[in-house]
Ligand binder design. Structure first.
Ligand SMILES: *[C@@H]1O[C@H](CO)[C@@H](O)[C@H](O)[C@H]1NC(C)=O
Length: 520
C-alpha cells in the first residue's frame, strides 16, 4: 500500500515538476546543482508538513521571477532524502538555506512570501557593497526602504574593510554602497569618512561621522533604520523582538487612525528613542495579538507595552483616552518601574480533583516553587494533539505517586500555558520540566520518550528525594489497545517522529506567532 502510494505520488510529482521553475534535487544531483549555479535557495521539506504546503505556491512564483536573474530555487524532499537533509543539519520543516557553492551556506531569514523571497535573494545576488558614482548615487539612495552609503577616501583601506564587514553581516536587511568621490561627499554635507543612512520615512536620512569602527557602524545602522513610530507586521515582528528593548504597540483598526495616533505620539516616542520602540499595529488583521498583551481584543484604539526580554505585558487602561499627555505619563511611569506587569491567569481551582495538580499563573509559585517537593510540570496547549495523547498516561503517572504515599515529596502538575502567563520560555507543546526540591532556579527539561516508565526514571534521577514508584508491567499491557505487528510499529514510530518534529516546529512557530498573531 505504502509503496503504491509512493509510486503514484512520485508520478504526479514528476508531471508537476516538468512545469515548475523549482528544481527537485536528490543526493545524486544536489552537489552538482549548487556547484554549477552561483546562487541557490534550497528548501528542505516534508510532503506532510503544513507550512511547506503553504509555502509551495509562493516558492513557485518566486522561482519564476528569479529565473531571469539567474537565481535558482530548489527543493529536497526529506522523507526521500533523509541522509542529505541530515548532512545539512535540517531539524524542522521547511528549512531554507542559501547556497553560494557547496561550502558557503547561510540560513534564509526572510519571510515565506513570494515578494520577500525575491527581494531577499536579489540582495544576495548583489555585491555586499556597490561602488557608486555621481551617475548612480541618486537612484541608489532610494532603491530600498533603508540604504547605507559610506563616504571614504579611495586609499582608506581601514574604512573600506570595516564598512564591508558590516555590509556582509547585514546585507539581508539593507542595501550598502560606497563613494570615494570627495565632491559627492561635499554635496551631501559630509567629510571623509562618514556613513549616511537614507530612509523612506521619518527625517529621510541620518548621518554618522564618529568612527568607522565596524561595531559602531553596525549599531548606527540597526538603530537609525528603525522608524520612530514603525509598524508591527509579519515582516517586522521578529526584528522588534530582537532589539532587546521594550515594544510599545498602538492598536487601531483603520489606516487613518493609525497615522493620526502615530503622529500624536511621536513626541513620546522621540523622548524614549533607543529605550523603547514604538509601532502601530493593524487591529483589524492582528487584533488577536492584543489578547497576548492582556488587552481586550475588541476595543480600539488600544495601547500596551511589552517587555520583549522577559515577556512581561503592560496594557494601558482601555477605558482611558489615548493622548500624548496620558500616554506620555504612562510610558514615563513604566520607565520608572511604577507600572505593575499584568498577569493572565485562570482562576485558582477550588479543589484539586485528580492526582495531577492543576497549576495556573496565580498558584504557580505555591505549587511549582514549593521548595520541599520535586515538581514535574507539563506545559500544554488545548489544541496540541501530542498533549492529548499524553494526558491518560500523565494521569496514571500522577496516581502512582499519590497511591504509593509519596504525595508529600513529589508533585505531578500541569498548566495550560496559553491561558496562563508562566515565567518559563516554552518553545513547543508539550514541554515537561522538573523543578527539584531545594534547587528551584535550575529546572531540568525532559527530553525522553513520553512513556510512564521513562518519566518515573527521570523523576528518580533528577529529583532531590530520588523517589521511585512501581509500575506493573501487566497494567502497562492492559492499557495498550492491541499489540501491533513489528512492521506497523516501525511505521507508526516513523510517523510519530515526523509528527513530533513538525509539531515542535509548528508549535514553536505557533507560539511565536500566537504571540504576534495567527498570520503575523
Ligand atoms: C574596497 O575594497 C575592495 C577590496 O580591496 C575593492 O574591491 C573596492 O573597490 C573598495 N571599495 C571602494 C569604494 O573603493
Amino acid at each position: 500500500m505504502r509503496t503504491f502510494t509512493t509510486v503514484a505520488l512520485g508520478l504526479i510529482g514528476a508531471a508537476v515538476a516538468s512545469a515548475s521553475d523549482v528544481s527537485s534535487l536528490t543526493k545524486d544531483t544536489f552537489t552538482d546543482f549548487v556547484t554549477e549555479n552561483d546562487l541557490v535557495l534550497a528548501e528542505f521539506f516534508a510532503p506532510w508538513c503544513g507550512h511547506c504546503k503553504a509555502l509551495a505556491p509562493e516558492y513557485e512564483e518566486a522561482a519564476t521571477t528569479l529565473k531571469e536573474k539567474n537565481i535558482k530555487l530548489a527543493k529536497v524532499d526529506c522523507t526521500e532524502e533523509a541522509d542529505l537533509c541530515k548532512s545539512y543539519g535540517v531539524e524542522g520543516y521547511p528549512t531554507l538555506k542559501v547556497f553560494r557553492g557547496p561550502e558557503n551556506i547561510s540560513p534564509y531569514t526572510g519571510a515565506r512570501k513570494a515578494p520577500a523571497i525575491v527581494s531577499y535573494m536579489t540582495k544576495q545576488s548583489l555585491p555586499a557593497v556597490s561602488t557608486l558614482t555621481k551617475d548612480t548615487l541618486e537612484d541608489f539612495k532610494s532603491a530600498d526602504k533603508v540604504v547605507l552609503v559610506a563616504y571614504f577616501a579611495a586609499d582608506d583601506k581601514a574604512s573600506n574593510a570595516s564598512f564591508t564587514t558590516v555590509a556582509e553581516k547585514l546585507r539581508d536587511n539593507y542595501l550598502f554602497g560606497a563613494v570615494t568621490d570627495a565632491d559627492l561627499a561635499k554635496a551631501e554635507g559630509v567629510s571623509f569618512p562618514s556613513v549616511i543612512l537614507y530612509k523612506s520615512f521619518d527625517e529621510g536620512k541620518s548621518v554618522f561621522s564618529d568612527s568607522m569602527d565596524a561595531e559602531a557602524v553596525e549599531k548606527f545602522a540597526t538603530t537609525a533604520s528603525i522608524p520612530l513610530v514603525g509598524e508591527v507586521g509579519p515582516e517586522t515582528y521578529a526584528g522588534y523582538m530582537a532589539t532587546g528593548i521594550p515594544l510599545a504597540y498602538i492598536f487601531a483598526d483603520t489606516e487613518e487612525e493609525r497615522t493620526k495616533l502615530a503622529e500624536a505620539l511621536k513626541p513620546v516616542a522621540e523622548k524614549h528613542r533607543s529605550a523603547i520602540s514604538f509601532a502601530t499595529i493593524d487591529a483589524k488583521a492582528f487584533g488577536a495579538h492584543a489578547g497576548n498583551l492582556n488587552l481586550k481584543v475588541d476595543q480600539w484604539p488600544a495601547f500596551a507595552i511589552q517587555d520583549t526580554v522577559n515577556n512581561k505585558k503592560f496594557p494601558y487602561d482601555q477605558e482611558s483616552e489615548i493622548t500624548a499627555d496620558l500616554i506620555g505619563k504612562f510610558v514615563q511611569d513604566f520607565v520608572d518601574g511604577k507600572v505593575e506587569p499584568s498577569i493572565k491567569s485562570e482562576p485558582i481551582p477550588e479543589t484539586q480533583e485528580g492526582p495531577v495538580q492543576i497549576v495556573v499563573a496565580k498558584n504557580y509559585n505555591d505549587i511549582v516553587l514549593d521548595d520541599a517537593k520535586d515538581v514535574l510540570i507539563e506545559f500544554y496547549a488545548p489544541w496540541c494533539g501530542h498533549c492529548k495523547a499524553l494526558a491518560p498516561k500523565y494521569d496514571i503517572l500522577a496516581g502512582l505517586y499519590t497511591e504509593q504515599g509519596h504525595a508529600d515529596k513529589v508533585t505531578i502538575a500541569k498548566v495550560d500555558a496559553t491561558a496562563n502567563d508562566v515565567p518559563d520560555e516554552i518553545e513547543g507543546f508539550p514541554t515537561i520540566k522538573l523543578y527539584k526540591a531545594g534547587d528551584k532556579s535550575n529546572p531540568v527539561t525532559y527530553s525522553g520518550s513520553r512513556s510512564i516508565e521513562d518519566l518515573i526514571k527521570f523523576i528518580k534521577e533528577n529529583g532531590k528525594h530520588e523517589v521511585s514508584v512501581t509500575y506493573e508491567e501487566e497494567t502497562a499491557e492492559a492499557e495498550k489497545p492491541a499489540e501491533p505487528t513489528a512492521k506497523e510499529t516501525e511505521d507508526s514510530t516513523e510517523t510519530a517522529t515526523e509528527e513530533v518534529k513538525e509539531t515542535a516546529t509548528e508549535a514553536a512557530e505557533a507560539e511565536k506567532t500566537a504571540d504576534a498573531h495567527d498570520e503575523l
